[in-house]
Structures are given as structure tokens and as C-alpha cells.
Design a protein. Structure first.
Length: 78
């Protein structure tokens, strides 16, 4: 199953540590569920700390130059 999509995952986040799925194989996108290890993707999640409650646009296409956050790269993909 691939969680890669041509739009961001927009989520209301609470403060705390988050692990963004970089490989696109997680069943809990946009968050890592360890699929990168089970499927031997050679990738690791990107960990971030959210300091305050806010809406976050997580990259869904996995091509952002500002990973793990969306920078609009999906709009330039075919």
C-alpha cells in the first residue's frame, strides 16, 4: 500500500513529537508505523516536535524541499 498522494495531509496537531513517514508505505499516513523496516525501504521517518496546537500540512507526495512539510511540490508533478 502506498500512502503517496498528490496533495498534503492536512491535520490538526497537538503539541508533541511526531514521526512523518518518508517512504510512503505506512498504513497510518502521514505518520510512520514502522513499515520502512518491515519492507526494507532503506528510509527512515523524519521526526519533528510540534510546540503548540496548530494545523499542519504534511507532505503527501514525498517530494517537498521542506520535508516533512508541504511546500507545493505536488503541484509540479505529473
Amino acid at each position: 500500500m502506498s500512502g503517496i498522494q498528490n496533495k498534503p495531509y492536512v491535520c490538526e496537531e497537538q503539541p508533541g513529537r511526531k514521526a512523518w513517514c518518508a517512504c510512503g508505505e505506512s498504513e497510518k499516513e502521514p505518520y510512520c508505523d514502522g513499515s520502512h523496516k518491515r519492507k526494507n525501504t532503506g528510509m527512515s521517518p523524519i521526526r519533528v516536535t510540534i510546540d503548540a496546537k496548530k494545523t499542519v500540512a504534511w507532505c503527501g507526495c514525498k517530494e517537498s524541499a521542506n520535508k516533512p512539510f508541504c511546500d507545493g511540490a505536488h503541484s509540479k508533478l505529473k
